[in-house]
Design a protein around this ligand. Structure first.
Ligand code: ZN
Length: 259
């Protein structure tokens, strides 16, 4: 398991439980138990995320709601925004993590973004649609899952991207919609209270990695290399004490016998 994967899990658990020991503790337990399934690193983090969301839904931390509007969203909505904006997970990856159909992600992501921006943050920005005075309703623009969101989430295929680039030149409403969607997108990104990287995130990642390594070593001794196990063995304080005692004894014995 590399550090980037564990850092993702650190951020996801913070979006579910907020800062502090509780989110680290839950990540540690979850990661250690999910590792027993012997999945790839990607799948391990996806599965662990799902387990943590279910725990947070069942037993939500109550005080969090007072801290930041973000925590008024449901745990699964906080996960969605974190996965999209901080982890840059694709819609396919998010759907796989949650065990749902991929085509559900687009309208859900749009509804959650609108809810966070206009209901929870009460942001004073333009609604992310093209205004009516710019012309008739555009057939390319689906108001519950617009292409502008797909563009910003990097979900447009090569062909669709080219098509939309050409379309933009001719469609005033879509140009305005894109401008307003961008404003909403970056507003949300700036107001997710979990930091991308910070000393706290790194320290929490260290703790989770350490516990995970210990857990893996207990359950799967073959997965650590000889070097790692030697380092771990000689790193133990008792072993170091015995070794230094032995060194002194050998030195003493050697100098005595060569006299
Ligand atoms: Zn258009």
């Amino acid at each position: 398991m590399d550090r980037d994967h564990v850092r993702s899990l650190t951020r996801i658990s913070r979006s579910l439980w907020g800062d502090g020991d509780r989110s680290v503790e839950i990540s540690e337990n979850t990661l250690t138990s999910v590792s027993l399934l012997h999945l790839s690193d990607d799948l391990t983090i996806e599965r662990a995320s799902k387990v943590m969301i279910e725990r947070a839904e069942k037993n939500p931390p109550k005080l969090l709601k007072l801290n930041h509007p973000f925590f008024r969203l449901a745990p699964i909505e906080r996960f969605l925004l974190t996965a999209l904006h901080l982890e840059k997970w694709s819609h396919t990856k998010i759907a796989r993590a949650l065990g749902i159909e991929k085509n559900l992600i687009e309208p859900w992501a749009w509804a959650t973004r609108m809810k966070y921006c206009f209901q929870e943050l009460e942001a004073n920005i333009h609604y992310p649609h093209g205004p009516a005075h710019l012309g008739p309703v555009c057939p390319e623009y689906n108001p519950s899952a617009p292409w502008t969101q797909r563009l910003l989430d990097d979900e447009l295929g090569k062909r669709e991207r080219m098509f939309m680039q050409n379309h933009l030149m001719a469609c005033d409403r879509c140009r305005k919609a894109l401008e307003h969607t961008k404003t909403m997108f970056f507003k949300i990104e700036a107001l997710i209270p979990v930091k991308d990287t910070s000393p706290e995130i790194e320290a929490a990642t260290d703790r989770i990695m350490h516990t995970w390594e210990e857990g893996v070593a207990t359950f799967r001794p073959m997965t650590i290399t000889t070097k790692q196990s030697l380092v771990r063995f000689f790193g133990k304080p008792k072993i170091q004490l015995i070794l230094s005692g032995l060194t002194v004894f050998i030195f003493y014995w050697f100098t005595k016998s060569t006299r």
